[in-house]
Design a protein around this ligand. Structure first.
Ligand code: GLA
Length: 382
């Protein structure tokens, strides 16, 4: 969390609204492994990070709500009694969607003022959207003393994304951002919404994020289409979700499925198993196995689930050429954003230099690096 950003947002809020706000930090997340398993009721292994959204919020005495996005220098004005979605792709929908879902829960709020900004890049697979949703829902819960539990807040953020943003996302991002624990990753069972914390101390290895700077867009239909494929295969097999399916079960209906759909379901089943194996490897301190599982995850995302892109595949290929990198893969929904690398600490700088050079040669643009710490989840920071 950035103290300069916090002071800046606080000052802008006081300037605009002449009162002291509640200040909230809501983190982005990384995901060690378990991609596209969350909406299949499966397992994921994410962690909140020390980068995210800082929001200043308080009740408004007027009959409009004002939300100012400092990074975009854009203002949203609306009345909580008259909500309408903005066009697809607008940041305003994350805010309005949360307000709408709170009202759908039968909770009463009045108008409010908010100023927010952040330090996670949008579209990089680090869940800037979940961070924003959580900052709004957490803030409104606080200033209107709604008494909602953290789990309820997570579900409201997720529904906002379904109904206002149009992405039928799973629960991983909102959960990780809300429930994060410093220095820990969470093995989350997305069916029960229960998680187990794993301390992440990789000794002389660390996690490094590299951004392709290719912006993904989840709201295009690719994400929702995949979710629909998974659900239709689960229902063919008379189970609730692919979580309940084994490779043997899937084989039994293979000839009823297109090759592409079969591969997608196979990926989900295998990835779900990998998450469990990865958490066991972390427990044993077996980073070699963890790295291998991370590479396998990317292979599946690239070749079976088909949500990678040329730039991400290139970054993972560069990682494979370097023996100091134990594993690398894309994170998040895909089609751009970041790759995560499990790398020997002493090798980080030379790896960065070499990838920067090769990436530029190949794509004629830069990739960027992020260092981060695993952080606590959404919270008040006044
Ligand atoms: C996006 C979604 C998550 C999850 C990932 C893929 O980040 O918001 O729910 O499905 O993609 O693992």
């Amino acid at each position: 969390m950035n103290t300069f950003l916090k002071a800046n947002i606080n000052n802008i809020f006081i300037d605009k609204f002449q009162c002291d706000p509640v200040l909230i930090f809501s983190p982005g997340r990384i995901n060690i492994i378990g991609e596209h398993t969350d909406y299949n009721d499966g397992f994921v292994l994410p962690a909140a990070i020390n980068k995210g959204i800082i929001a200043a919020i308080s009740r408004s005495n007027s009959n409009i709500s004002t939300v100012y996005a400092i990074d975009k220098a854009e203002m949203l004005e609306f009345s909580i009694n008259n909500l309408k979605p903005y066009p697809e792709g607008s940041w305003q929908n994350y805010v309005l969607g949360v307000v709408n879902e709170i009202q759908n829960q039968g909770k009463t709020i009045s108008n409010f003022n908010m100023v927010f900004g952040g330090n996670i890049p949008v579209g990089a697979g680090m869940s800037s959207s979940a961070a924003l949703e959580n900052s709004v829902v957490f803030g409104l819960n606080k200033i209107f003393t709604l008494g909602l539990t953290k789990k309820e807040l997570v579900l409201i953020s997720q529904k906002a994304e379904h109904n206002y943003v149009g992405v039928k996302c799973g629960v991983m991002d909102q959960y990780a951002s809300m429930f994060g624990i410093e220095n820990h990753a969470l093995l989350l069972d997305c069916r029960t919404m229960e998680s187990k914390q794993y301390e992440i101390d990789f000794k002389n290895h660390e996690l490094l994020l590299i951004n392709t700077n290719v912006k993904h867009s989840l709201s295009d239909s690719a994400y929702n289409d995949r979710r629909a494929v998974c659900e239709s295969i689960a229902s063919k097999l008379n189970v609730n979700a692919l979580r309940d399916v084994t490779e043997v079960n899937l084989e039994s209906i293979k000839n009823e499925l297109s090759v592409e759909d079969y591969q997608k379901a196979l990926y989900v089943i295998q990835e779900n198993n990998r998450v469990v194996k990865a958490s066991e490897a972390i427990e044993r301190g077996d980073l070699k196995t963890l790295g291998k599982l991370i590479y396998e995850s990317h292979f599946g995302l690239q070749n079976l689930y088909k949500v990678s892109c040329e730039e991400l595949d290139f970054l993972v290929k560069q990682a494979k050429l370097n023996v100091q990198v134990l594993g690398a893969r894309m994170i998040g929904g895909g089609f751009g954003g970041c790759a995560i690398n499990l790398i020997t600490k002493g090798a980080v700088e030379s790896f960065k230099m070499s990838v920067l050079k090769e990436y530029k040669l190949k794509f004629n643009k830069d990739c960027t690096y992020y260092s981060f710490k695993l952080s606590d989840g959404t919270r008040v920071i006044n």
